[in-house]
Design a protein around this ligand. Structure first.
Ligand SMILES: *Cc1c(COP(=O)(O)O)cnc(C)c1O
Ligand SMILES: [Zn+2]
Length: 418
């Protein structure tokens, strides 16, 4: 009657779900496998019952599929989820339809909250009083917020000193996490996190923790629920460490295997040209991953040269007949401006996915007859510098620079052509 186990993605070795463990003895990643025949004995009844549960938070609503072995009274939530699915098809008639799933409309303004509701709730269930991550942005913000919301939990955030903008610092500090700047880069911080968690009773919440992936499955599942289970032809998503595309794939695969959906969408993972290890591997038929130092990009959340969840992502891309595309800095910033202008504020990482969808459409890979859902990963307000910079440079095609006039009516009227 075991509901969930950890299973190695390489050698299939299984471990007790109650064990605090992030990797297999063989060194590869684990994944959480649930016995869904136990938690969801009749998928169609479950599907029908969901409509009466719209007042319940998303994680609880879909919990039988997300993480059935987590006791309900241990859930730490900040009312994440139920994010908007914007239909922008009328602006882009070269798609049959295009919808934007805005995960930036979560409590800490990124999709990382979807993973932290499961990660922190599980830590709470296990009785962990200290949780830690290395991060420069959205992961630390989400972890700090959920740890702050838990009854008895201290969040510890390790950040590369001097490489953090005030904006990136503000969230973990204000959510009460112990925030430590270290004279190193992200990898240096990550190494210390691993050493600390091996030695001490501190729970690790970076993306190598597969419990977070289970919470992130909700993004795809909720989207399909919003679409009344009508499966789009494509899901397009930005890829950094590749945890989110793995989660999207796992959730959709489980829906398909249960018969809740009767068709598979295709997946498109999008990277920036300077940080494109998955794209390069795709071009070589996934023969190998060649880790590379990622070049700086405005899409800083996906400036990753050696993605932790590479193998999981490749498995999902193969299952969903997926493609991988890469976009330039100009493409992503111009598309960010185009979407922002519709009143939908998106971050540069989300814009990578939008730019990728447009490029795949132009190349004829996404056809004019196809329905597309693009996953937006964080809110534009987290990356306001990028917008200010873009609009300040009049050579950018969609720049909307600020005007200045003296406090004088005529001057203002003349500026406004009145
Ligand atoms: C974490 C993050 C990503 C990348 O997700 P992965 O799971 O690392 O591929 C993309 N966009 C934003 C805004 C993020 O915070
Ligand atoms: Zn193994």
């Amino acid at each position: 009657m075991v509901l969930s186990i950890f299973k190695c993605i390489s050698c299939d070795k299984e471990y007790d779900i109650q064990e605090i463990r992030y990797c297999c003895e063989c060194g590869d990643l684990l994944e959480v496998i649930h016995d869904l025949s136990q938690s969801l004995p009749s998928p169609n009844d479950w599907k029908k019952s969901l409509d009466n549960q719209m007042a319940v938070i998303a994680f609880r609503r879909y919990q039988a599929l997300l993480f059935p072995s987590l006791p309900g009274n241990k859930i730490i939530t900040l009312n994440e989820g139920d994010t908007p699915l914007y239909d922008v098809s009328h602006h882009f008639p070269h798609f049959s339809s295009i919808k934007l799933k805005h995960e930036g409309m979560n409590p800490t303004l990124s999709f990382k909250d979807r993973g932290m509701v499961s990660g922190i709730s599980w830590a709470n269930y296990l009785g962990c009083e200290n949780v830690i991550c290395a991060s420069t942005g959205d992961t630390s913000a989400a972890m700090a917020a959920y740890a702050g919301s838990a009854p008895n939990m201290k969040g510890i955030v390790l950040l590369p000193k001097g490489k953090i903008s005030p904006e990136q610092l503000a969230q973990p500090i204000s959510f009460g996490a112990v925030t430590v700047g270290i004279e190193t880069d992200f990898d240096g911080c990550m190494k210390l996190v691993q050493q600390l968690t091996e030695k001490h009773n501190i729970y690790l919440l970076n993306s190598m923790n597969s419990v977070r992936i289970e919470g992130q499955k909700a993004i795809g599942i909720e989207t399909l629920h919003q679409l009344n289970w009508q499966v789009p032809d494509w899901f397009v998503i930005p890829v950094g460490n590749a945890g989110n595309i793995s989660a999207l794939g796992k959730g959709l695969r489980e829906l398909f295997e249960l018969g809740i959906i009767d068709k598979l969408p295709r997946l498109a993972g999008i990277q920036t040209e300077g940080a494109s290890p998955l794209y390069e591997s795709y071009q070589n038929c996934y023969s190998e991953l060649v880790p590379k130092k990622a070049k700086p990009t405005k899409a800083s959340a996906i400036q990753i040269g050696d993605p932790v969840s590479y193998k999981k992502a490749v498995r999902e891309l193969k299952y969903f007949n997926g493609v991988v595309e890469a976009v330039t800095e100009t493409e992503l910033m111009d598309w960010k401006a185009q979407i922002d202008k519709l009143g939908i504020s998106i971050c540069p990482n989300s814009a990578v996915a939008v730019a990728g969808a447009m490029k795949l459409n132009e190349n004829g890979i996404i056809k004019e007859t196809e329905d597309v859902v693009v996953i937006l990963t964080a809110h534009g307000s987290k990356f306001s510098n990028a917008s200010v910079e873009y609009h300040g440079d009049e050579s950018n095609p969609s720049a909307n620079h600020t005007h200045t006039v003296s406090p004088n009516l005529e001057e203002l009227e003349s500026l406004l052509n009145l």
